[in-house]
Design a binder for this molecule. Structure first.
Ligand code: ZN
Length: 266
């Protein structure tokens, strides 16, 4: 494998103008974005849904592009809205099974913003783990300031496979994630964090547990801060990690792609 996989992006919103960020640049089209990604050796993308409508966009995108796959999920911020409308649950499950859907997520707990109530977040997260198990799909986890509750749910829900996306937490939680066999998703935050502990943590991730992502259009890596992020920038993130971790770029590309292929059964 001499190409990269962006294991976490939200580019499905480009065409549908859901993202204000993308709207600021009217010259962006999905075809341009894919072309630039391919030019930077990023061949495969996982388009990650955050609610039912957004998941539908991801599924439709995956249907139209052979190297784009979808993950369907309800982000913790969306948990309140998801529970308010009983029809949404039925709609969510109607997506499955689908050969283009390779994961459930992003889902999890976010007690930093607490945009949805804790109770709703917990319920919607547990529900998605049940769906993931039912369809034997890996899970894309979003966890922020909520690891105690997260681990207790995981403990009850194993066996599961998955990736903790945008991981920036402690070494303690890193090692716990590794104990469960989860992959660790690293994005542009690594290129601009000033947190020494975080930088040390990035160095401690075993090579065979690391996957790379952009979380585009958010979290643009250095040196492109201030611009929109897009999947092509996975190369910049991977190059940065190669230098930080003192590994060869080709080895990093090979291993992260291999891990992503195994996790998402690509
Ligand atoms: Zn995301």
């Amino acid at each position: 494998m001499n190409y990269l996989i962006d294991t976490h992006c939200h580019i499905q919103s480009i065409q549908n103008s859901l993202s204000e960020l993308w709207l600021k640049d009217p010259t962006l089209t999905i075809a341009d974005v894919i072309k630039r990604a391919n030019k930077n050796r990023v061949k495969t993308l996982i388009a990650v849904g955050c609610n039912v409508a957004d998941s539908r966009l991801a599924v439709n995108l995956a249907k139209n592009y052979p190297n784009i796959f979808a993950s369907i999920g309800i982000h913790p911020h969306e948990a309140d809205d998801f529970l308010k409308d009983v029809l949404l649950k039925a709609e969510f499950e109607k997506f499955l099974p689908d050969q283009n859907i390779k994961a459930i997520g992003e889902c999890g707990l976010d007690y930093y913003y607490n945009i949805s109530t804790k109770q709703a977040q917990l319920e919607v997260f547990k529900y998605q783990l049940v769906v993931a198990k039912k369809y034997n799909l890996p899970v894309i986890f979003h966890v922020r300031d909520a690891f105690d509750d997260f681990w207790s749910i995981i403990k009850q829900s194993m066996p599961l496979t998955g990736v903790i996306h945008s991981f920036t937490d402690s070494k303690k939680n890193l090692f716990k994630a590794l104990d469960y066999g989860f992959k660790i998703g690293v994005n542009g935050i690594a290129t601009f964090t000033k947190n020494i502990e975080q930088i040390e943590m990035y160095k401690s991730i075993p090579l065979d547990s690391l996957v790379v992502e952009t979380d585009s259009p958010y979290l643009t890596p250095v040196p492109l801060r201030g611009r929109l992020n897009e999947p092509s920038n996975v190369l910049i993130i991977t190059e940065f990690l190669a230098t930080l971790r003192n590994e060869s770029i080709e080895e990093l590309i090979y291993q992260t792609t291999l891990s992503a292929m195994k996790l998402f059964k690509l």
